[in-house]
Design a protein around this ligand. Structure first.
Ligand code: G6P
Length: 612
């Protein structure tokens, strides 16, 4: 949450910052600001709203500034307004800081500073941090970097921060703990950002700052130490990311682009890993701890949001084909629950961003209890990919729309490959079934492509239900988590209240809501619970609910009962979520567009949730 970008070099900083902030807007978009070294001044410009609003107020004479910091905010402390927007000046206005994260002990630090005469303009923890640094610098008569290190060793919480000083215009200091930070290394220039997207058009060489590291760029030289001032050797990584991957490519929204990219992203996810013709499956990232995974007594999956839903699908699959008990936990609950982790338990953490604060903390907890933790992560080089013992990347490419789509199907693909690897090696499935599932998995991109062809039909259905106030999504077995995911997509981007339920559980509550105004989406593809879900559709129809059914192509029974049916190609039931979720993504997309909602940046949400 919150995006930070900074530049120090020879080019005009302002366009780099504004461009970078636009790329980072998915991380937060309630206010934005920049601070620039302009001659002997340190000027701050900030504005409530999107980066486009900031552009209107920023001084066009700022073109000469070659050093600056920028921030796009997702409010934690204080309302989203001009005053609470970052950057924040220190009391003397000699320092300006941008910050992503939460300083948990800001209250006590603020009280101490207030007693010393500091006054605060905003309600933020960030303004407390910058004044804390200033106070240390002045009272202990130390350099700015020393003051930063001392301050950060006393704060509790998470931060990625960059600070500028009017008195040292050629210096920039950055530090992180628990919030992501990447440094781009150009020629005579450095870029700092929450992720690589603002950097890739200038340089492909990056350094991922680690927790409790401080980077000082002074007179063109970069030095990294830890917060105790012990020097660290920076490791330069080469980015494998193209600019097109983070642009809309002719689509109206990133979300739509990402939905339509799925045949490719699923294929990319399997590339080099599956060869169905030769019956081989190789996950290069799972090697050292493969035996522990195969012999696990229990697997615990942790994640949040859509990633948690992907975990629920894996629960069905692992138990079915690997015969390993599997539990799926919200990372936020797991971390505070004193969970029991026994020898032989394996944890799998799922995360698109690789930065979700609760998931990170849950991984640390699991590791401290001796668990081997595998990561299923999309963002290359992200914190979760680095703190897990091993893992498999999604290779789905950057996902920018806040509502997760292609990451979900790539997560399912990776989890299926992990389960198949384990089942094959454990011999809990026959070679014939393994071959069959591998073949079927390889055919999924083509089936997703076909499912996307219903887009026009789905748009018409969306037009009929766009004014509904509530939706129910029902599915059974492998399609139950898909019902949860469909409901989540709808509420996230269209603000319509939607609930996902196991179809049979409807009788224990949600059925009371059904009348002629209630749209009920059934994910009713042909599988082992088909007959049961047909009965559930009848129960809804008897109460005059409006049924939208996702069915396997060629189904002749359900179209006679449902008000609307949308066909998807058939596949093995364990793989059906990869296909059946597609119409639900499109349905929520079209409804949100028709309601005039900001699909890519829905209100109150953020793509990367780096606060708990
Ligand atoms: C946010 C995003 C969701 C995502 C969830 C977990 O809520 O808006 O799309 O599913 O975080 O994020 P992660 O990056 O860990 O998958």
């Amino acid at each position: 949450m919150c995006g930070i970008v900074a530049y120090i070099g020879e080019k005009p900083a302002l366009p780099i910052l504004l461009n970078g902030l636009k790329r980072l807007e998915y991380r937060g978009y309630d206010s934005a600001g920049v601070a620039l070294i302009e001659g002997d001044k340190l000027n701050v410009y900030k504005k409530q709203g999107k980066v486009a609003e900031l552009e209107k107020v920023v001084n066009s004479n700022s073109e000469g500034a070659t050093t600056g910091i920028g921030h796009t905010r997702w409010a934690t402390h204080g309302a989203p307004n001009d005053t609470n927007a970052h950057p924040h000046y220190s009391h003397s206005k000699k320092l300006a800081v941008i910050h992503n994260g939460i300083i948990e002990n800001y209250g006590s630090i603020k009280t101490d500073l207030s007693e010393k005469g500091y006054e605060f303009r905003s309600e933020t923890d960030t303004e407390v941090l910058v004044n804390f640094i200033e106070d240390i610098q002045v009272s202990l008569k130390v350099t700015l970097e020393e003051a930063v290190r001392i301050a950060l060793s006393k704060v509790i919480g998470a931060y990625a921060m960059v600070i500028l000083s009017k008195e040292e215009p050629n210096k920039m200091i950055a530090a992180r703990k628990g919030s992501p930070m990447v440094i781009g290394v150009g020629s005579n220039e450095y870029f700092i950002a929450s992720d690589a997207t603002p950097i890739i058009e200038y340089t492909k060489e990056v350094i991922y700052l680690n927790d409790e590291e401080v980077a000082v760029i002074n007179e063109g030289e970069l030095k990294i130490t830890d917060i105790k001032d012990i020097p660290k050797k920076p490791e330069i990584h080469k980015l494998d990311l193209q600019l097109e991957a983070i642009e809309k490519g002719g689509y109206e929204h990133f979300m739509l682009k990402e939905v339509f990219e799925q045949p490719k992203s699923i294929a990319d996810c399997m590339r080099g890993r599956i060869n169905a013709a030769q019956h081989t499956l190789t996950l290069g990232g799972i090697h050292k701890y493969e035996d522990q995974l195969i012999n696990a007594n229990r697997v615990i999956i942790i994640g949040c949001g859509t990633s948690w839903h992907a975990g629920l699908v894996a629960e069905y699959l692992f138990e079915d084909i690997c015969r390993i008990p599997l539990e799926v936990e919200y990372a936020s609950e797991f971390r505070y629950r004193n969970p029991i982790i026994n020898k032989g338990d394996i944890v799998i953490a799922i995360s698109q961003s690789g930065e979700t604060a609760d998931t990170l903390a849950a991984i640390e907890l699991a590791k401290s209890k001796g668990a081997i933790v595998f990561g299923v992560v999309n963002a290359v080089g992200s914190s979760i990919s680095r703190i897990t013992h091993e893992g498999a990347y999604l290779h789905a490419g950057p996902e920018i729309g806040v509502a997760s789509t292609k990451a979900f199907t790539a997560q399912l693909t990776v989890l299926t490959m992990i389960a198949l690897t384990v089942a094959h090696k454990k011999q809990t499935i026959s070679q014939a079934r393994f071959n069959d599932l591998l073949n079927e998995l390889e055919s999924i991109p083509a089936k997703v492509e076909k499912a996307l062809k219903s887009d026009d039909q789905i748009k018409k259905v969306a037009g009929l239900f766009k004014d509904a106030s509530n939706f129910i999504y029902l599915g059974r077995g492998y399609n139950f988590p898909v019902a949860l995911e469909g409901a989540l997509k709808l509420k996230e981007i269209s603000y319509i209240h939607a609930e996902g339920y196991p179809a049979a559980e409807m009788k224990h509550g949600p059925i009371a809501l059904i009348d002629e105004n209630m749209p009920v989406v059934f994910i009713a593809t042909r599988d082992s619970s088909y007959d049961k879900i047909v009965s559930n559709i009848q129960e809804v129809k008897s109460r005059k609910g409006k049924v939208i059914a996702i069915v396997t192509e060629g189904d002749v029974l359900i179209p006679k009962m449902a008000d609307f049916t949308i066909e998807v190609p058939g596949t093995h039931e364990a793989l059906m979520p990869l296909v059946s979720v597609i119409p639900l993504q499109l349905l929520s997309y079209h409804i949100a567009v028709m309601r005039g909602c900001n699909v890519d940046q829905p209100r109150n949400l953020a793509k990367s949730v780096t606060v708990e």
